[in-house]
Design a protein around this ligand. Structure first.
Ligand SMILES: Cc1cc2nc3c(=O)[nH]c(=O)nc-3n(C[C@H](O)[C@H](O)[C@H](O)COP(=O)(O)OP(=O)(O)OC[C@H]3O[C@@H](n4cnc5c(N)ncnc54)[C@H](O)[C@@H]3O)c2cc1C
Ligand SMILES: *[C@@H]1O[C@H](CO)[C@@H](O)[C@H](O)[C@H]1NC(C)=O
Ligand SMILES: *[C@@H]1O[C@H](CO)[C@@H](O)[C@H](O)[C@H]1NC(C)=O
Ligand SMILES: *[C@@H]1O[C@H](CO)[C@@H](O)[C@H](O)[C@H]1NC(C)=O
Ligand SMILES: *[C@@H]1O[C@H](CO)[C@@H](O)[C@H](O)[C@H]1NC(C)=O
Length: 539
């Protein structure tokens, strides 16, 4: 009995010591920030403590997934919204000195919310939100642009378009996606087959590393510059801006959307598409969005064939007649427009809105979602497609999006950047399910649906490893396990090789060089691999 009381007393003592130490660190952290971050308007618009009346709305402003908006999700101790690159550096230095961890957030689109939450609430963390660092400087003469990380893909497209119609940029389809996270993980959209990924078109970057140093490409070192272009956000530091190469686009491009339901041969067309789409002319991308529609009193599978052609209708019709006559594409399916209008078309399924719509960043989340991804290397037999796609008719189903690779993607080596899914991949699949009701039944049914269809697809997709796309982050693939305070490389390989295949080892070696103490950690950050030395040799 006495023993237990002593134990309890000791326990409470050690707790309170712990708490007061933590408070001390918090005070000293705040102190450090206030000393290093100066703003003419005071600091309340840069440092958001929970007592700031704008803390919650700012926290929610770029969250996209309601799955992580609930009382079980621990909020950050602070949100820092730098307005100057030096604030990012100060955040890193102050957080590290005082034992706090950082989540960097650019557009907040992370599928698993890792830019604003911790899965098991194990570390005390703050968010460095780059939304106010979003200058875009387009240099038309050189065909380049510097883009700060907090800008969105839509803002970049818009800023290019108000300066020139000669250039575009090959990034994602959704305009609200943040440049910071997007390019860090690759980034692809409608010009993928002609120009590759967004990260394939990066010329330089500015990175704040774990020491708080601001590095350009050269002092960064070739290996680190390699790692940040596709190795996924977080692991190596905070990117504050990218210098990108703009790509030439013609004054007129053509888009079409052709929808076919099962009765109109949708599955047969999808089956043929698998070998046709990756071999089409590089100027032509035809993606598929397959989903359930309710028509004529029944549920049917509909395949939407959604295309961008970097040229005019006449040529497109010719190409389609030669290469994919089965789709029955005709002149009247063509919509000719400028490249920037095509960005609107893919984002909103109409180009009849003002291009300022690309600047809308949204203000808060409005739906729950879960996604998973695959790569396909051999066409899937029609009978198998039929069987799997029938799940689109289930209650609580989702959509399946197929993006064709080939052309330029076949012509970039697997090791040129961390993104390894190049030659030999016919297309990428994204499984996606979303809902708006806040109830556990819906949640469970949706999650079960997507996990089941993923399991069923196993025999038909890439193996050893079953590959996945880091920007479609999926924590079902595995998460980091800590050994002491540092993520284990061996455990990390389980999820890491799915995203990066053979490049994972190099990513981990670079990590050990630039962030040996794993300051930039999250559930799927690259763990350090110490080759030939142990961490002890750093002391
Ligand atoms: C609706 C929607 C549509 C999408 N469409 C596409 C698409 O067409 N094509 C495509 O390829 N992808 C698409 N994506 C996926 C998207 O590319 C990734 O979610 C991407 O990582 C989002 O970047 P972000 O800056 O918005 O996200 P964030 O959530 O801010 O960040 C994502 C990850 O990167 C880290 N990070 C963020 N900023 C930085 C930084 N500056 N430096 C270092 N690390 C950072 C975060 O900590 C987090 O781990 C889409 C996502 C959504 C939600
Ligand atoms: C909150 O935001 C509003 C609107 O931007 C601003 O007027 C107000 O000063 C902010 N409050 C604080 C405490 O910063
Ligand atoms: C959903 O419901 C739960 C439990 O009632 C609640 O904690 C949570 O805040 C709700 N989420 C939203 C986004 O309304
Ligand atoms: C950003 O910070 C640097 C270093 O403190 C300073 O020299 C510069 O003037 C600041 N820029 C702006 C726009 O405030
Ligand atoms: C592939 O790349 C090589 C060298 O960069 C280039 O010469 C060739 O034209 C490219 N082929 C295609 C199909 O893009």
């Amino acid at each position: 009995m006495a023993k237990e009381i002593i134990f309890l007393i000791l326990f409470f003592l050690s707790c309170s010591i712990h708490i007061s130490l933590a408070n001390q660190n918090y005070q000293s952290f705040l102190h450090c920030l206030y000393n290093n971050i100066q703003s003419s308007e005071g600091n309340s618009d840069i440092i958001y403590t929970p007592s700031n009346s704008n803390y919650t709305s700012f926290y929610l402003s770029s969250i996209r997934n309601l799955r992580f908006v609930n009382s079980a999700t621990t909020k950050p101790l602070l949100i820092i919204a730098p307005t100057n690159v030096s604030h990012v550096q100060a955040s890193v230095v102050c957080a590290r000195e005082n034992g706090f961890s950082i989540r960097a957030r650019s557009g907040g689109h992370d599928y698993e919310g890792l830019s604003y939450r911790e899965v098991d609430n194990s570390r005390r963390f703050v968010i460095v939100d780059l939304a106010n660092l979003r200058e875009i400087d387009v240099d038309v003469t050189r065909g380049t642009a510097w883009v700060q990380a907090g800008a969105t893909v839509g803002e970049l497209y818009y800023k290019i378009s108000i300066k020139t119609n000669l250039y575009g940029f090959p990034a994602g389809i959704c305009p609200t996606v943040g440049i910071g996270g997007h390019i860090s993980g690759g980034g692809f959209g409608t010009m993928l087959r002609k120009y590759g990924l967004a990260s394939d078109n990066v010329l330089d970057a500015l990175l704040v590393d774990a020491n708080g140093d601001l590095l350009h490409k050269d002092p960064m070192g070739e290996d680190l510059f390699w790692a940040i272009r596709g190795g996924g956000g977080t692991s190596y530091g905070i990117v504050v801006s990218w210098k990108v190469k703009l790509v030439p686009v013609p004054p007129i491009v053509t888009v079409f959307t052709i929808n076919r339901v099962t009765k109109e041969g949708a599955i047969d067309l999808m089956s043929k598409w698998q070998s046709i789409a990756p071999r089409l002319h590089e100027d032509l991308l035809i993606r598929i969005v397959a989903q359930q529609i309710y028509e004529g009193g029944e549920r049917q599978v509909q395949a939407g064939f959604n295309a961008l052609f970097l040229g005019e209708c006449v040529q497109l019709v010719e190409l389609m007649e030669t290469d994919f006559p089965e789709l029955g594409m005709q002149r009247q399916d063509c919509k000719e427009m400028s490249w920037i209008e095509s960005a609107l078309y893919f984002a909103f399924y109409t180009s009849d809105i003002s291009k300022e719509a690309l600047l809308d960043r949204g203000t808060e989340p409005y739906r729950y979602f879960k996604a998973k991804s695959d790569f396909v290397k051999e066409p899937i037999q029609k009978s198998a497609l039929e069987k799997v796609l029938s799940h689109l008719l289930d209650d609580y189903a989702g959509v399946i999006i197929m993006d064709p690779y080939g052309a330029k993607m076949d012509n970039i080596s697997d090791t040129a950047t961390p993104f390894p899914h190049r030659k030999g991949n016919l297309y990428n699949i994204q499984y996606f399910t979303e809902w708006t009701q806040n109830d556990t039944t819906t949640y469970k049914k949706r999650m079960t649906w997507i996990r089941n269809i993923y399991d069923e697809m196993e025999p038909y997709v890439s193996t050893n490893p079953r590959a996945a796309y880091i920007n479609y982050r999926d924590l079902d693939l595995g998460i980091n396990e800590l050994v002491g305070a540092i993520a284990s490389y061996d455990k990390g390989k389980i999820w890491g090789e799915k995203y990066f295949k053979g490049n994972f080892e190099k990513l981990a070696l670079v990590k050990a060089r630039v962030d040996p103490f794993d300051f930039f950690w999250n559930e799927q950050s690259v763990p350090p691999l110490f080759a030939g030395h142990t961490l002890l040799s750093f002391f």
